[in-house]
Design a binder for this molecule. Structure first.
Ligand SMILES: Nc1ncnc2c1ncn2[C@@H]1O[C@H](COP(=O)(O)OP(=O)(O)OP(=O)(O)O)[C@@H](O)[C@H]1O
Length: 282
């Protein structure tokens, strides 16, 4: 069912994200080698590949944390490298991090509130003098903070310090903060990593519900193949910095190069894909 959604969108809408011939080198290491693919507005696109394939490098390019030696990234029709780095969130690209990037001594509510700041500029003088308009912006930000606290089911812990919460809850806080900035494209970096079985069950539904409710486009880096297969409209597979497959989750899962990349040439059975991901996440 997700697949139909993705295909219809891919045909009908110009891509929100277009990556063309992207190459990144670190000294002698080629982290990305001419990678290109599109993500249509409203799609969930899974990005998979073994360790060192180049997934994080690609995310870091999309966040403008890394530069690239060749190629082009277009977001909503604009070349990304022409925009200042600090404008990424305002432009509509949000992300979560594999190892979380929260203010751990602050409360959940304070962390989510930080996400709303992207859209909250009344101007220096108006802020300083607290002119009319500033109060309205503050009220809007407070309302949005509460909206995402409720959406991510964080109400019961909203006044707790982030450092005192379990890892799975901290991940929801980070997601709430990213969403509070109202991204059009959300980059999720291994959202399943470190979650317990119950949390993992809910994560797929949550991603799909957020996409439906907020009209999000999602690029998902994930080693948990079950999750990728369930929520993705399409999947792109990388290995050694090259794109080795792109297509429906089922087609990519069965692609010979993908199987080889994960399992080597010894021809182990395909379901071992799952086993390897679980082993890594554990
Ligand atoms: N800042 C950096 N400096 C030097 N080499 C880097 C840097 N970032 C990534 N690399 C190298 O680029 C290659 C791709 O790494 P990357 O982290 O993008 O892979 P990945 O697919 O995200 O792996 P993982 O699944 O383990 O997170 C690796 O060989 C890595 O060592």
């Amino acid at each position: 069912m997700t697949q139909d959604f993705g295909d219809r969108h891919a045909a009908a809408v110009a891509p929100l994200l277009r990556i063309e011939g992207l190459s990144v080198r670190f000294g002698g290491i080629v982290a990305l080698d001419g990678v290109g693919f599109d993500v249509a507005a409203g799609q969930v696109c899974g990005l998979i590949g073994p360790n060192g394939a180049g997934k994080s490098t690609l995310f870091n390019c999309l966040s403008r944390l890394y530069g690239w030696q060749a190629g082009r990234i277009e977001f909503a029709g604009r070349a990304l490298d022409t925009l200042p780095r600090h404008r990424m969130a305002a432009l509509g690209i949000g992300r979560t991090f594999q190892n979380l990037a929260l203010f751990t001594s602050m409360t959940v509510r304070e962390n989510v509130r930080v996400g709303t700041h992207t859209h909250q500029h009344a101007g220096f003088l108006r802020d300083a003098l607290r002119l009319p308009g500033v109060r309205r912006l503050e009220e809007e930000a407070e309302a949005r903070t509460e909206e995402f606290i409720a959406l991510l089911d964080l109400g019961a812990v909203a006044d707790r310090r982030v450092a005192d919460l379990p890892f799975g809850t901290q991940k929801r806080v980070e997601l709430a903060r990213a969403l509070a900035a109202r991204p059009r494209l959300l980059l999720l970096d291994e959202p399943a990593c470190g979650l317990n079985h119950e949390e993992l069950e809910g994560l797929g539904d949550l991603i799909l519900a957020l996409r439906a409710r907020l009209g999000l486009t999602v690029l998902l880096v994930e080693h948990h193949m079950g999750l990728v297969m369930r929520v993705s409209d399409k999947v792109v597979a990388l290995n050694f910095g090259r794109k080795i497959a792109e297509g429906t989750p089922e087609a990519v899962r069965r692609h010979p190069e993908v199987i080889r990349a994960y399992l080597g040439d010894d021809g182990a059975a395909e379901p071992a894909l799952e086993v390897r991901q679980h082993a890594r996440a554990a």
